[in-house]
Design a protein around this ligand. Structure first.
Ligand SMILES: *[C@@H]1O[C@H](CO)[C@@H](O)[C@H](O)[C@H]1NC(C)=O
Ligand SMILES: *[C@@H]1O[C@H](CO)[C@@H](O)[C@H](O)[C@H]1NC(C)=O
Ligand SMILES: *[C@@H]1O[C@H](CO)[C@@H](O)[C@H](O)[C@H]1NC(C)=O
Ligand SMILES: *[C@@H]1O[C@H](CO)[C@@H](O)[C@H](O)[C@H]1NC(C)=O
Length: 472
């Protein structure tokens, strides 16, 4: 379990008193997200009910095949990608208008229009084929990373090259289409995730992660060109490819996947990244990535390893909230969302905070974003069940959970309300908080004595850890 980390239960009374005095707030369980929307199956706003029925009859729309994978929220529109894993996906990008939703299971509008998802002729590819993830930048542009691949689980067809489509969110016009050059597409290449560095609206950079042939594409909006970066750290860890989620066991060897940007005072950003099948987190400055010569040359030592999330800590998507500097992770193998304060020098199980964990609501967390009003949004979609078994139309299969960032990180290792404490004690707090908040419910059920015992154990552990900081 996250944050619990199997800390030993040996303790002293003195240590537990010391510790309780240090704790800046009471220990309570977190899991502060609420389900905002949920669906058994995804439905669309068709031009008419007749057209909807016709789409079902002709199998242009097969409801059980539609699975939301990517999420984005921009000024009261919540976007979802619906990749063409199988046939019968009428639109692979849609949205709901948050102003207008009156139900928990709203129908999706196609984005930008129905025609963008239709072939104008047999030989012509639709404008948008099959995006997995999207990103709305602060300049009002929607970046759509389109894999161009249809029926990934079936008769796989490459309909168009992997492309970046950029829409103007003010009027939904397509501003630009950029096809990845042929040398960016290696055998097994698959670009499923995007991050956008939008500090400067005219000099914006997009980063696309290749999980199949581990690599990172850097795209310059200004130069209208891209380059592909390679690094050892983009590769999966062969020992971290086993997944066991709700009793379904499978193996994946996906490389670079999670990419999250944190803007820095020097005008560049830190890119936090990890392969999907890996427990480790890494970082690199975009000062290196944005310089084509530096990025594609001898770059080994520019990349840093931060630490490990521990057993079953494989992470999918990650996203940094710029205001708090907290990074959020989707952890499919733990049915959880966790967080880490990027200002924290330690990257360990203990320095990660549990945001939400559930074998009901958080089965396969697949995308995580923070909108410009500081709300955290998480999509969970049972992807593994869709791929290896089948979804039950009588179950709630897809959920969107939300909370303010403040509520989401409250009482976790990522809580930012501890600034005034001296550095050493702050570090001590970082180590303590996830443990105590995870322990609390269990301890509560077995009496107050057990609670202070558990806290005492954490104290011993934390003090030892704090000393190791001093030595470094
Ligand atoms: C939502 O409502 C606000 C206030 O009425 C309006 O300014 C905004 O344009 C609406 N957004 C959408 C997407 O309809
Ligand atoms: C693949 O295409 C063939 C021929 O069109 C068809 O018979 C078969 O059912 C398709 N398979 C899937 C999984 O869609
Ligand atoms: C997967 O987890 C279930 C419990 O959820 C357990 O019973 C099963 O043995 C595990 N399978 C593997 C292969 O680890
Ligand atoms: C880009 O990197 C190269 C090689 O590391 C370096 O010589 C050059 O000065 C860099 N260019 C800029 C604009 O920083």
């Amino acid at each position: 379990m996250i944050g619990l980390g199997g800390a030993p239960l040996a303790l002293t009374v003195a240590a537990s008193c010391f510790l309780i005095a240090l704790l800046p707030f009471p220990t309570v369980a977190n899991d502060n997200l609420r389900v905002a929307y949920q669906w058994n199956q995804i439905d669309f706003v068709f031009p008419s009910e007749t057209e909807r029925q016709e789409a079902i009859t002709t199998r242009r729309y097969i409801p059980e095949n539609v699975l939301p994978v990517g999420l984005e929220v921009y000024k009261k529109r919540l976007f979802l990608t619906l990749p063409r894993w199988k046939e019968g996906i009428p639109a692979s990008l849609g949205y709901i208008n948050l102003n207008e939703t009156t139900t928990q299971s709203p129908r999706l509008h196609p984005y930008p229009s129905w025609s963008a998802h239709k072939r104008s002729s047999e030989t012509e590819a639709p404008e948008i084929v099959s995006p997995f993830r999207i990103r709305a930048d602060r300049c009002g542009r929607l970046w759509v990373l389109d894999t161009g691949v249809e029926e990934l689980l079936g008769n796989t067809t490459v309909t168009s090259p992997t492309s970046l489509l950029v829409y103007d969110l003010h009027n939904d016009n397509l501003l630009r289409r950029y096809e990845f050059p042929a040398d960016h597409i290696k055998e097994n290449s698959f670009y499923a995730n995007i991050a956008v560095e939008d500090t400067d609206c005219d000099d914006t950079f997009a980063y696309a992660a290749d999980l199949g042939s581990p690599g990172l594409v850097v795209y310059s909006w200004k130069q209208q060109e891209s380059w592909r970066v390679k690094h050892h750290y983009f590769h999966p860890d062969p020992l971290a490819g086993n997944y066991n989620i709700t009793g379904i066991n499978f193996q994946w060897d996906d490389g670079l996947f999670g990419i999250a940007l944190k803007a820095q005072p020097d005008g560049y950003s830190t890119l936090f990244f990890h392969p999907l099948s890996s427990l480790n987190e890494f970082s690199v400055s975009t000062k290196v990535l944005r310089n084509q010569t530096a990025a594609t040359g001898e770059n080994y030592h520019e990349f840093k390893i931060l630490g490990s999330r521990g057993p079953n800590g494989q992470a999918g998507v990650a996203f940094v909230d710029q205001k708090t500097g907290v990074i959020f992770y989707a952890l499919p193998n733990l049915n959880a969302v966790t967080c880490w304060k990027t200002s924290n020098r330690a990257y360990t199980i203990k320095s990660l905070g549990r945001v939400y964990m559930s074998t009901v609501d958080m089965v396969f967390p697949n995308d995580v974003k923070v909108d410009d009003e500081s709300n955290l949004w998480v999509l969970s979609d049972r992807l593994h069940q869709y791929m290896y078994e089948s979804l039950n139309r009588n179950d709630i299969n897809f959920r969107i959970l939300t909370a303010t960032v403040k509520d989401a990180i409250q009482n976790t290792a990522c809580d930012t309300n501890i600034k005034p404490l001296p550095d050493i004690i702050t570090n001590l707090g970082d180590i303590l908080r996830p443990s105590t908040s995870t322990v609390a419910p269990k301890a509560g059920s077995s009496g107050a004595g057990a609670l202070s015992s558990a806290i005492g154990a954490m104290a011993v552990f934390a003090i030892l850890s704090a000393f190791s900081y001093v030595r470094i």
